[in-house]
Each structure stands twice: as structure tokens, then as C-alpha cells.
Design a protein around this ligand. Structure first.
Ligand code: ADP
Ligand code: ZN
Ligand code: ZN
Length: 742
């Protein structure tokens, strides 16, 4: 027998299948998906590889085929069906097969099982009493103590025996030898969900919820599978809808995966699922220990859980009979991987669902243009929830023109309207949130006289002040002392231009000295659970105002928040990227949606320099349809995704001249193999960050209506790079429909 093996070596050149002979002693045991140890290369160096297939015939010269040395005993097996998914990912997103295999196997190492030990009495009451008598007569106090305890409770945890009864292992062994008791052990799974009782709580669904659930179920129960987009405003009861759909699918003996952005994976959310599914639900996230993560995977594989909740990588949970994948907040950028293969969870979930006969539910209050485009133009089924489930009104929104504020002499970062409403809330003892959307904006140091900006000599990004008093580069860590004068013109008006959360906190403190303020940003959430601590303090009303970055607008429900202020809506609007309008709309809608989630009506203030921009107008009106119409027109006009598909080819190299030559060749080759009528080849361009750690970067964009055409060109380019040794010193990566322009 022979095995097809993907060798675990980084080199792109070796990204193909090698055949190895299976030694007889391993024939019974060896499975597709196992990691094996093999001799590789001229020196027969021991290397690892994954088995992707087993066959009875050899396609190579038999005398040259080497033999597998062993199965690597400590590694986790890849499910055969996930190997097929890995192959799909490699094809659709680029990279090597080994990179794809490692992606579908988020947990690679076996962890020691955690066992619980018990001492169990083997004798009946009467014989036990007699034996106890014997021990007492012989003055064997420890044995007597243990036996007496066992006569009360026939099974006792070993830990209690040693710690509470103060009895050593040798005493237990002695009782074992005499046939009095036995030491037993049982494997227990580390369970990250600290359990509470399951609650039999049935809510009466609203009519909209009912329609959504039944339309899905009508298909599902007739074996029709598909992808559904649940578009529902915040608080419309989407989560309740997912839970009901999952409940029905699980009722058919199938399992479900629920993807949630890690940041929204809070105790609150998990508990809602827990109340319905008890310990048949589990979570995966980066805060779990290796042992906990491993156990969750085993529980999923062995049918110990029905529902797995987690961030992007939970998509690869090895369920035996997957029935449904739910992706909540599907528009979130975190669903796209930043590592090769740069996959998107939305499309990969669809691919997995198709392979395993499952359905996909996407949910959002502000669906991505991709999802809505597919819902409008065939492909997805649209399920809408237009009203909040408890009929709360949406917040009243005020848009404030900051240019006008300045004209009227208000130089504060807080507009007059926002100041007035803040004072009112403090008076009424209601809470407020102040939100700074800092995406695409970093504090930089510049000269107010000549405009010179200080940059990192290695990375071409601007430096910023650090608390240690130095100027630092956030990409490579380079630092230098603060300058007192502009290196260009000598002016002393040089300094930092930023509106950070800390400054805002200080300004608010000055203006409202009695307000209790919490701040949430990268600095205050660095410690473990820092994020959760701040949110729960705010939820417990230990503060009046929460100041923060986009972290604060996701997920949480704060019933006492009746005011949300967006301090500078433009910060996310002018990043150099075709998705910035969409991102701004999403952030603003989410922010506004935070106000008035309880019984009291909410208000929101959006401060901006561009009050006429459609992203801001439609967010202020909570009008997704209007936003979508404008935005899709723009994407059509420019040929951007989702109307057309975009493939970024990222090329990096330490040698700038070589990089330029390489780009020229790549571009020419791409033009030669791409269909001229439809495909556009753009660039090469220097990305926003032209150099990281002394490595230069360039990017070439290819645009075509048809994704498969882009895949063909990618495959062609990969081959071209492989056979031309000139590319050895370069790194080439692909990114399909990137979330950011580089
Ligand atoms: P979304 O996920 O769309 O933001 P949720 O499912 O979190 O909405 O619902 C918001 C709140 O309304 C939750 O507290 C939820 O328990 C409650 N809720 C949802 N649907 C109903 C319903 N049909 N009846 C009563 N309460 C509901
Ligand atoms: Zn200057
Ligand atoms: Zn740098």
C-alpha cells in the first residue's frame, strides 16, 4: 500500500504530493489525515508530513519510493473532509497545501487527558464492618479511617482521600490488595463553560422572527440547503432566531457551529446559548488553555457537544454530522484571515457547508456589501427583521457640523449639542458613551510651520510618542529621542497631532469634574480580561461615561445608556481604501444602536466635518437601504468588489531594484495569461506602508468580474514563480478581495 503525503516544508517548490510505501506494521493503523514521519530529500532527513490519500498503486519508480518511518503519535489527525476543504482553500486563496492543512487544523498537538480518580468500596456493608473491626484491633489507624469513610460513602474522590482524610497511596494500595477497595480513574473533559442549570424558557416570537425561522425550516426539513442572510436591526432578536434554528437542527441529530467575532464573544452571549443547550454547547477562543482547547475538539469529534461557539477558526470544528453554520456580525473584518491562506470565513463556511450538506446563516444589522449583493442578485435568501423585538424606538440622531462649531468659536472636541446632552444625562443619572473611531488614523508628529512629518527610517510610517518619552515606530519598534526642533526648518512648533481616547477622557473630566469616567482602548485592555472588566463595571453602573475606540460599540447591551457621542466620524471616512465608506456606515450604525437599548429612549450625536457624506447621512437616518444603493453604485462604477473581484499580488524583497524587476516580469506575465477583454492589471504600486523591517513591498492588483478567471491567473503566476529562479529572493502572496487596500 502507498500513501500520498504532503511534506511539512515551507518551500513553495515542494508543494506537491509525494508517494511513500506504507510498512506492513502500520497498514492497519494508518489513516488519511494522520501526521507521519518520513525520510525526505537527498540526506533522508526525518521530516513530518500529512497523509492525504491511500492507494494500492504506485505512480513512480517503485525502486525509488521510500517508506514511512512512523506515525507521529502526539499529533492530531485531520478529518478527511477537512482535507478536501483545505484543498478548496488553497485553490481559492493561494498559498501551499501545507499552509491550508495547518489552517483547518487549529489544534495540532494532543494534550494529556485530565483524569479524576476515585476510591470505591468493594465489600458489602456487613463484610466491611467486620474488616473495619479487624483494622481497629490491629491498630491500623489509616486503613480504618479510609474504610470507615467508605462505609459512609462508597465512592470517594481520591483527592479528598489524600487531602481531607490524610491517607497515602500505599494505604489505598493495601486495601486494593486485600480486595477491600479499588482505585479507579475516569477521564474528565476540561469544560470552559462553568455550568448553570439549563432553563426551559420559551419566548413568544414576533411575527418577523417567526417568518424568518419558518422560511429557513421549510427548506431545511425538506432537505434543501442554502445560505440565508438575516438582516435585522440591533435588538431585533437575531440571536433568538439563531438559537431556535439551531435547536431544530440539533433536534435532527446534527451539530452547529456559531461564529462570533472574538471581541463580542462575551459571557453574556455564551450564557444565552448555554441556557438553551446546557453543557451540549462549548466554546473555543484564544483565552482557553491548550488542554481546554484540545478537549473541546475531542468532545466535538466524539459527539459530546452539539454546538460550538467561537471566532473564525471554530469554523474547522471536526463535527461528525454538521448541519448548520451561523456567522453572526458577518460584516466584521475579523472574518478574513490575515495569514496565508487569506481566507474569508463567509465563503469558506459556504464551501464546507456544501461539502457536508449543511446550511449557512449569516446575520448582521449592517450586512457587508458582499452579502447583500448576493441576497439581491440570487444566491442567498434574505430574511428581514425590521423592528426591535421589544418595540423600543430607535435613537434620535443629531448630526453636528464641526466646521460650524469652529466658526461659532467652539474649539472644544465636544460640540455644544453633545455638551448639553452630557450635562442632562449626568443630571438624570443615565449613562453615556463617547466613541472615537480611530481606524486608519494614527497619532503622528509633524511641524506646524512647514508640515514636515517625522517617519521611521526603516518602515516609511510616521513615528508617534510613547509613554517612555521617545518617538517610536509601531511596525518595527525603532525608537529615537523626542526632537525639540523641526529637522527640516528648525521651528520649535513640532508636536503630536492626535485625538486619542486619553485626551478625550481628560477633556471630559475638566468639563464635568464630578462625572465618573471609564476608558476602554488598547492601553486599558491589555491585561487578561481587561476588556470584560471594564464592560462589566460599566454595566454595573460604576461609571457615568465610557470613552473608547470601536471596541465599545460591539455586542454589549447597556440598558441605562441613553446617549452616544461619535466624536469625529471622519476619522474612518478618509482612510485610503474603497471600503472606508462601508466601514464608517457600519461603525456609526452600531454606535447609534448602543443608545436606548433599555426602556428609555436614546439619543446620539454624530460630529463630523462632512455632514453631507452619504455614509453619515444614511447612518444618522438608520437607513441601510439608502446606504446600500449609493455604495453599490460606486462599486459598480469603479469595478470594485462585490461587483467585480479583486486579487492583490503582494511582492516583498529586501533588494529594492530586484523587487522592481520582479514586479515588471510578474505584471507582463499576468497580462500575457489574462483575458484582455475582461481583466485589468493595475500597478505595481507602493502600498501605504512601502517598507517593513527593511523589506520593500509592492502590490499589483488584478480585477475581473469572474473569480475563477482570477484563480486561473493565480495558478499561472504560482507556476511562473516556481520555475523562475529569479523569484527565489522574493516573497509573493495573494489576497482575494482584500479587506484593506495595501
Ligand atoms: P440581536 O441579536 O438582533 O441584537 P437579540 O436576540 O439580542 O437581538 O434580542 C435583543 C433582546 O430582545 C434580548 O434581550 C432578547 O432576549 C430579547 N428578545 C428577542 N426576541 C424576543 C421576543 N420574541 N420576545 C421577547 N424578548 C425578545
Ligand atoms: Zn518644520
Ligand atoms: Zn519601523
Amino acid at each position: 500500500m502507498f500513501a500520498d503525503i504532503i511534506v511539512d516544508i515551507k518551500h513553495e517548490k515542494l508543494d506537491k504530493i509525494f508517494q511513500y510505501r506504507i510498512p506492513e506494521r502500520l497498514e492497519q493503523e494508518l489513516n488519511v489525515g494522520m501526521e507521519v514521519i518520513i525520510p525526505f530529500g537527498k540526506g533522508n532527513r526525518q521530516t513530518k508530513g500529512y497523509v492525504t490519500g491511500i492507494s494500492g498503486t504506485c505512480n513512480y519508480d517503485l525502486s525509488k519510493v521510500k517508506e514511512i518511518l512512523d506515525i507521529s503519535r502526539n499529533s492530531v489527525e485531520i478529518e478527511a473532509k477537512l482535507i478536501a476543504l483545505a484543498a478548496w482553500m488553497k485553490e481559492h486563496y493561494g498559498g501551499t497545501m501545507i499552509q491550508a492543512l495547518k489552517t483547518v487544523l487549529p489544534i495540532k498537538q494532543k494534550e494529556n487527558a485530565k483524569v479524576k480518580k476515585y476510591v470505591r468500596l468493594l465489600l458489602d456493608k456487613e463484610t466491611g464492618e467486620r474488616q473495619l473491626h479487624y483494622y481497629l484491633e490491629k491498630n491500623q489507624k489509616a486503613r480504618a479511617r479510609l474504610l470507615a469513610a467508605l462505609l459512609d460513602d462508597t465512592v470517594i474522590e481520591y483527592e479528598l482521600v489524600t487531602k481531607k482524610l490524610n491517607i497515602t497511596l500505599s494505604v489505598v494500595r493495601a486495601l486494593e490488595e486485600q480486595g477491600v477497595a479499588v482505585l479507579e480513574s475516569e477521564q474528565v473533559y476540561r469544560n470552559p463553560v462553568k455550568s448553570k442549570k439549563r432553563e426551559e424558557r420559551r419566548i413568544a416570537f414576533t411575527e418577523e422572527q417567526d417568518i424568518a425561522i419558518e422560511s429557513f425550516w421549510k427548506d431545511y426539513s425538506r432537505d434543501i440547503r442554502g445560505t440565508y442572510l438575516v438582516h435585522g436591526v440591533t435588538g431585533s432578536g437575531k440571536t433568538e432566531v439563531y438559537i431556535e434554528m439551531i435547536r431544530r437542527v440539533v433536534g435532527q441529530g446534527k451539530q452547529a457551529i456559531v461564529l462570533i467575532p472574538e471581541i463580542a464573544l462575551t459571557y453574556q452571549t455564551v450564557m444565552r446559548f448555554y441556557r438553551c443547550f446546557g453543557d451540549r454547547v462549548s466554546i473555543m477562543n484564544s483565552r482557553l488553555s491548550a488542554g481546554e482547547r484540545y478537549d473541546q475538539m475531542i468532545r466535538a469529534k466524539d459527539g459530546g457537544v452539539d454546538v460550538m461557539i467561537g471566532p473564525r477558526s471554530a469554523l474547522f470544528t471536526p463535527f461528525p454530522n454538521l448541519g448548520l453554520i451561523v456567522i453572526d456580525e458577518e460584516h466584521e473584518a475579523t472574518y478574513k484571515s490575515e495569514q496565508v491562506p487569506r481566507y474569508h470565513a463567509r465563503e469558506t463556511a459556504q464551501a464546507r457547508a456544501e461539502m457536508e450538506n449543511a446550511s449557512v446563516i449569516l446575520g448582521s444589522a449592517t450586512p457587508s456589501l458582499e452579502a447583500m449583493y448576493r441576497a439581491r442578485n440570487g444566491g442567498y435568501r434574505l430574511l428581514e427583521l425590521k423592528n426591535r423585538s421589544r418595540m423600543q424606538e430607535m435613537a434620535q440622531v443629531y448630526t453636528v457640523d464641526l466646521r460650524q462649531e469652529l466658526k461659532d468659536g467652539n474649539r472644544s472636541i465636544l460640540s455644544r449639542k453633545l455638551q448639553e446632552l452630557l450635562a442632562d444625562r449626568l443630571e438624570k443619572k443615565e449613562q453615556a458613551m463617547l466613541f472615537l473611531n480611530r481606524r486608519g488614523y494614527a497619532g503622528f508628529i509633524s511641524c506646524r510651520e512647514c508640515g514636515h512629518v517625522l517617519k521611521c527610517p526603516h518602515c516609511d510610517v510616521s513615528l508617534s510618542y510613547h509613554r517612555n518619552g521617545k518617538m517610536v515606530c509601531h511596525y518595527c519598534g525603532y525608537e529615537e529621542p523626542k526632537v525639540q526642533r523641526c529637522p527640516e526648518c528648525g521651528s520649535k512648533y513640532i508636536g503630536e497631532f492626535r485625538a486619542g481616547t486619553q485626551q478625550i477622557e481628560e477633556i471630559v473630566k475638566q468639563q464635568f469634574p464630578r462625572a465618573r469616567i471609564l476608558r476602554m482602548d488598547m492601553d486599558t485592555t491589555r491585561e487578561k480580561d481587561g476588556h470584560e472588566k471594564i464592560l462589566s463595571a460599566f454595566a454595573n453602573e460604576e461609571a457615568d461615561i465610557l470613552v473608547g475606540t470601536q471596541m465599545i460599540v460591539k455586542g454589549h447591551d447597556f440598558p441605562n445608556v441613553t446617549l452616544v457621542g461619535v466624536l469625529a466620524a471622519d476619522m474612518s471616512l478618509y482612510s485610503d481604501d474603497y471600503r472606508s465608506g462601508e466601514r464608517t456606515f457600519q461603525l456609526l450604525t452600531q454606535a447609534v444602536g448602543r443608545a436606548g437599548r433599555g426602556r428609555k429612549k436614546g439619543e446620539a450625536v454624530i460630529q463630523t466635518y462632512s455632514p453631507e457624506h452619504y455614509s453619515i447621512v444614511s447612518a444618522a437616518n438608520q437607513d441601510y437601504a439608502a446606504f446600500y444603493e449609493e455604495e453599490i453604485q460606486y462599486r459598480k462604477l469603479m469595478g470594485y468588489p462585490p461587483v467585480e473581484n479583486l486579487m492583490a499580488v503582494l511582492i516583498s524583497c529586501e533588494n529594492e531594484a530586484l523587487l522592481e524587476t520582479g514586479c515588471r516580469y510578474l505584471k507582463e506575465f499576468a497580462q500575457r495569461i489574462s483575458p484582455k477583454e475582461t481583466m485589468q492589471v493595475i500597478g505595481p504600486a507602493s502600498p501605504g506602508i512601502g517598507k517593513i523591517n527593511d523589506v520593500y513591498r509592492k502590490v499589483i492588483y488584478l480585477k475581473d468580474e469572474n473569480y475563477d478567471t482570477l484563480i486561473k491567473v493565480k495558478n499561472g503566476l504560482e507556476q511562473y514563480i516556481e520555475v523562475n529562479s529569479g523569484f527565489r529572493k522574493m516573497r509573493v502572496q495573494f489576497d482575494f478581495n482584500p479587506m484593506n487596500i495595501f
